[in-house]
Design a protein around this ligand. Structure first.
Ligand code: A3P
Length: 304
């Protein structure tokens, strides 16, 4: 499952290779963009591990920013994925486009704390989700992706759930992301929310986000934003959330990205042994207060 296929020659003619902490070049991770991005205090960075509700937060923030906008064509156009390489465009062209966008700019990123540019300048909204649900969601993600999107990103469909779990644990993005951001959760420019909290009270969470950002959202605008950020609306308009291949075709089968949107969905798929492997890794890599925050079983057990 781990993405393959580094960007051959991506740095050629683009100046020196950025410092190592910006990460390795990959179609989904362009260190030149990260190293040269100029953050503004009005920027908002959505920071998540994959499958933790990133797209939902893109939609929530775009709707709060606009007071309700049902007219956009593709969420990635209005809330771009910061570090993703854009086919046939240099990083300088990408950054020039981002530079022209009006404030407040919104970005999605899967970067760790160490890799996030402007982490002391921009505001950061971070969503965390149960790793068991993220793992299962990623399994469906790979099965729902089009053949061309898989090939473009160097991904493969897992033949078994065990094979997926092996690869998901080896890739380790969930653990890396949560472990890197957890110590910074009390910073004044960072708001950490749980996917489960959004599910339990979306209105409360959206008011909390607007308050954190200092955005004034009149009651009618909030009602519209709530409607467009609902699972029902996003599912009915899922073609706006599926991402696009270089030729403009959707990266996912119809209805395949905005999938079930539930907490605890892993119970339908993971065996007790598979679940135990994820929880063991959590206990090995995350502090007990983080496990308790995520309401993970065994958070009181000694770490191995
Ligand atoms: P499931 O596969 O469990 O359904 P990401 O955007 O980080 O890739 O996360 C995708 C997950 O968020 C998917 O989870 C998707 O269904 C869920 N999601 C997207 N929009 C949602 C919404 N409005 N409400 C609840 N879940 C949502």
């Amino acid at each position: 499952m781990s993405p393959r296929g580094p960007l051959e020659g991506r740095g050629a003619g683009n100046g020196r290779r950025p410092a190592a902490h910006w990460g390795e070049p990959h179609p989904l991770h362009d260190p030149w963009i990260l190293a040269n991005f100029q953050a503004r205090p009005t920027d908002v960075l959505i920071t998540t591990a994959p499958k933790a509700g990133t797209t939902w937060m893109q939609q929530i923030l775009h709707q709060l920013r606009t007071g309700g906008d049902p007219a956009f064509e593709d969420i990635d156009q209005v809330v771009p994925w910061l570090e993703r390489q854009r086919p046939a465009r240099t990083w300088r062209e990408v950054l020039a486009d981002l530079e022209r966008r009006p404030d407040p700019r919104l970005f999605k990123t899967h970067c760790t704390w160490e890799q996030t540019p402007g982490r002391d300048i921009a505001r950061i909204v971070l969503t965390v989700r149960d790793p068991r649900d993220c793992c299962v969601s990623f399994y469906h993600h790979l099965w729902d992706m089009s053949d061309s999107a898989l090939a473009q990103h160097g991904l493969e469909r897992p033949q078994t759930l065990d094979a997926h779990l092996d690869a998901w644990l080896a890739f380790g993005a969930w653990f890396r992301n949560v472990a890197s951001w957890w110590p910074h959760r009390h910073r004044s420019n960072l708001l950490m929310l749980r996917y489960a909290d959004l599910k339990a009270d979306l209105r409360g969470a959206m008011l909390q986000i607007a308050g954190f950002l200092g955005w004034s959202v009149p009651p009618e605008a909030l009602e519209r934003a709530l409607h467009y950020a609902s699972f029902t609306w996003m599912k009915a308009n899922s073609d706006r959330f599926v991402g696009r291949n270089a030729d403009g075709s959707p990266m996912f089968r119809p209805g395949g990205f905005i999938r079930k949107g539930q907490t605890g969905d892993h119970k339908a798929l993971l065996s007790p042994e598979q679940e135990a492997r994820i929880l063991r890794r959590c206990r090995d890599e995350l502090p007990p207060d983080c496990l308790a925050y995520l309401d993970l079983p065994g958070s009181g057990e000694p770490r191995t």
